[in-house]
Design a protein around this ligand. Structure first.
Ligand SMILES: NC(=O)c1ccc[n+]([C@@H]2O[C@H](COP(=O)([O-])OP(=O)(O)OC[C@H]3O[C@@H](n4cnc5c(N)ncnc54)[C@H](O)[C@@H]3O)[C@@H](O)[C@H]2O)c1
Length: 271
């Protein structure tokens, strides 16, 4: 169903790797709602992924950028405003990666070069993206910037490893930069804290299947899917949420406020 919520709006969508990616579903929904955008991903991901297919489907152009490189980000913002014919109304940061997780390094035995790489990709890239947009004055007033996060920033999920710290950092950057973006440019900045979702990044976490099933049983509405996340992002890009900013918003079926559910109690009850 389409409501034309994003008609006339222009933006950039980071992080569509394959059709499971949250950014992929978001691009499809933004397109259905009338938004126009440039797709971007790291050069290496573009070789592996199927982003061309998405670009074709949504009538979008692709500009590759490593989100840790200021030079790449400057080029991206310049090209995107040129291609789309004006300043931007929305940006989705849908990027996450931990080398420690990828290589199975325990939280208590970090390789700090990998830790540094992980926070640069997963958190500081959000600051770099916003700083580039800010300095180039590339956002329209009442524009909206969204990044995706996970509740391991607030609570312990042992196998989420250093991504928990990266997400805490990301959420803090959203608030801090959101202050300046709000004051100076009337642009809102929020993070969506999403349920576990079966994507390439999600499935990299050890024990992901059990973790997902547990979250589903704990959530009164069940886990939020990638499409649910895409829909929520559309509302945050739309004019219906103009003064929602500096927030970490849970899209998690209620998981974050549940202590225990009947299903979980039953699983531990001895007859
Ligand atoms: N899947 C989940 O369970 C879940 C839950 C909550 C939040 N999130 C967050 O959602 C976001 C999207 O992840 P996803 O689950 O769709 O997985 P995904 O693997 O499809 O997307 C991650 C993206 O990050 C991109 N990326 C990595 N390094 C990059 C770099 N240097 N420059 C630019 N792009 C880079 C990858 O190419 C990929 O497209 C991430 O921030 C992730 O942490 C995911």
């Amino acid at each position: 169903m389409s409501y034309n919520l994003l008609k006339g709006k222009r933006g950039i969508i980071f992080g569509a790797l394959d059709e499971n990616s949250i950014a992929w579903k978001t691009a499809e929904r933004v397109h259905e709602e009338g938004g126009k955008f440039v797709l971007t991903n790291a050069p290496i991901a573009m070789r592996m992924g199927q982003i061309n297919e998405l670009a074709e489907k949504t009538g979008s152009q692709i500009v590759s950028a490593d989100a840790t490189s200021i030079e790449d980000l400057e080029n991206l913002v310049e090209k995107a405003t040129e291609i789309l014919g004006g300043k931007l109304d929305f940006v989705l940061h849908s990027i996450g990666m931990s080398v420690n997780v990828r290589k199975g390094k325990a939280y208590t035995d970090q390789n700090y070069d990998w830790t540094t790489k992980g926070w640069d990709v997963s958190a500081v890239s959000f600051h770099k993206t916003m700083q580039t947009l800010y300095k180039k004055d590339a956002m329209n007033e009442w524009g909206s910037i969204v990044a995706l996060t996970y509740m391991a920033a607030q609570r312990v999920f042992p196998d989420y490893n250093d991504m928990a710290d990266n997400k805490a950092y990301l959420e803090s950057i959203a608030r801090s930069f959101g202050y300046f973006f709000g004051k100076e440019k009337k642009v809102r900045v929020n993070t969506i804290s999403q349920s576990p979702t079966p994507t390439t990044a999600g499935q990299g976490v050890k024990g992901f299947g059990g973790f997902m099933a547990y979250a589903d049983k704990m959530s009164p509405l069940g886990n939020a899917t990638a499409i649910d996340c895409a829909n929520y992002t559309v509302t945050l890009f739309s004019d219906l949420t103009k003064r929602v900013t500096l927030q970490n918003l849970y899209n998690d079926g209620g998981f974050s406020n549940v202590g225990v559910s009947n299903e979980v109690i039953e699983a531990f009850t001895e007859e």
